[in-house]
Write a protein that binds this ligand. Structure first.
Ligand code: MN
Length: 488
């Protein structure tokens, strides 16, 4: 594992004398150490910056040091921010302004002008905020007392997002076959995506995958079958069919690992030489943190891999999902999401079952797949679309429920949810924004994280919440169109 950390850069100036500067440095170090105990990544105190040169130097280092995932700034004292222009101008890493204060309370007896000069984040952070606003520098602003749970939680979430940014900027996606014929929303400009998001999206022949599958040893399959047995319940006697999925999984993983890929796509229209569409194989790969998109949907595949990294322990509960069908009964209006096979078991409410059923699509043998219900809880669905000249990230708040019906003849994993603000308005908003039928559904990553990610990446973000109306969304999209045209 590569070392990952965040840098704490504290602004000041020479005006206050060495004693104050020593105090600031000591406190900043203490804060970084204390915070690091509760954050997902260490926050490392770097410098109490007093000059343009110091700031420029630390930002240069942050840019070229791969272990630095982002920079957190704070101004304990007043730091004249023209000193920050050159450093912020070149900063390429995610940037968070933590507007906080060392002390929680104003001390009644102790407060005098010396105290005021030392503890002046209330105006220091405003001067610091101005320059980033003036420079239109993308940043996250988190305000509050540094020991408060809410502040630590938001800083933690932003760190996870920054980890998703670093991951995105080095992400490689392996495509087997093209997009499904005639489908529009899964298309996209791979050059634009690489420029904006860093993704290297390239294709490998299905024939090479079949060759790799044929070279898999029985012993390797035995080992993976043991993993399947310990992770899942077997609801089939058809060992050979399950073994074939294991063969597919091993081969796909070998090819991805050899090329440094963390996400892949395939299509049922291009399975030449394969006996089954990968089902269980793909699901178990997703459980290990690989992204996947069906029907050649490399965008959703990449987003899934990124969102997994942005979740708990860098492999959160995020699944490739497809809106399938609705329950439109008054007081029980739900979306039913699934896929023809490939739903990630990270979102399962209970231990998934391995089942074998025929597949009507793709003209191949009955594949093994994991069948389960999604868990209950608040979640989001996310779709990245190519608007022609720019990317739009659409995020909708949803609430997942235990599926209200057992659906005993449905041979795939399923998740049921209520869209915000309700099924009809939520659907009208989604369609108005152009959201895809494929999404990443996540219980782990928040809408705030997705917004932060989009901000850092410099792409449009649209959020459908409990308060969104079609009218307000239409106005937002109209204005966004103009703004993003100017932006290019
Ligand atoms: Mn699909």
């Amino acid at each position: 594992m590569n070392k990952k950390e965040f840098w704490f850069v504290v602004g000041s100036q020479f005006l206050y004398g060495p004693e104050v500067l020593d105090t600031v440095a000591r406190r900043a170090e203490e804060m970084a150490k204390e915070l690091s105990k509760q954050l997902p990544y260490p926050l490392v105190y770097k410098v109490t910056a007093k000059t343009n040169g110091e700031i420029l130097e630390v930002m240069k280092e942050a840019n070229h040091d791969d272990s630095c995932l982002g920079v957190v700034t704070w101004c304990h004292t007043f730091s004249p921010s023209k000193m920050w222009i050159n450093g912020l101008e070149i900063l390429q890493k995610p940037y968070c302004h933590l507007a906080t204060q060392y002390n929680r309370e104003i001390p009644n007896e102790e407060i005098d002008m010396d105290f005021m000069n030392l503890n002046q984040a209330a105006h220091g952070d405003r001067e610091h905020g101005f320059i980033a606003a003036r420079m239109r520098k993308p940043r996250k602003v988190i305000a509050g007392y540094w020991k408060d749970e809410a502040v630590i939680k938001r800083l933690s979430a932003w760190m996870r997002t920054a980890n998703g940014v670093a991951f995105s900027r080095s992400l490689r996606v392996m495509r087997f076959g093209d997009n499904m014929r005639e489908v529009a929303v899964t298309e996209g400009d791979k050059v634009e995506v690489q420029m904006k998001l860093g993704w290297q999206v390239n294709t490998w022949p299905v024939g090479k995958l079949v060759e790799t599958m044929e070279a898999v040893a029985e012993k390797e399959i035995d080992e993976l079958m043991d993993v399947y047995r310990s992770s899942y319940d077997f609801a089939t006697d058809d060992e050979e069919t399950v073994r074939y999925q294991a063969r597919e999984e091993i081969a796909i993983k070998k090819m991805m690992d050899a090329e440094g890929c963390s996400a892949f796509s395939n299509t049922f229209q291009d399975l030449y030489g394969m006996r089954q569409l990968p089902g269980l194989a793909t699901q178990h790969l997703m459980a290990q943190g690989y992204g996947y998109g069906g029907e050649g949907d490399w965008k959703v595949s990449a987003m899934q891999a990124i969102m997994k990294r942005m979740g708990k322990d860098e492999n959160g509960a995020s699944a490739f999902m497809e809106d399938y069908t609705y329950n439109l009964v008054p007081d029980a209006k739900y979306s039913l999401g699934a896929h023809m096979l490939e739903v990630c078991p990270s979102v399962a409410a209970a231990k998934p079952r391995i089942e074998v059923h025929p597949l009507g699509i793709g003209d191949r043998e009955a594949p093994a797949r994991l069948v389960f219900e999604g868990k209950e809880g608040d979640a989001i669905v996310v779709s990245l679309i190519d608007m022609g000249g720019r990317l739009r990230l659409i995020c909708q708040d949803i609430h997942c429920v235990k599926p209200i019906l057992p659906m005993p003849n449905l041979p795939v994993a399923r998740v049921m949810w209520q869209a915000m603000p309700n099924l009809e308005t939520g659907l009208e908003c989604w369609i108005t924004a152009g959201g895809a039928h494929h999404t990443v559904l996540s219980y782990d990553v928040t809408a705030e994280q997705m917004k932060d990610w989009a901000t850092i990446m410099g792409i449009e973000f649209v959020h459908i919440t409990k308060d969104t109306t079609v009218d307000s969304l239409e106005k937002e999209l109209f204005l966004n169109d103009i703004a993003w045209k100017l932006n290019r």
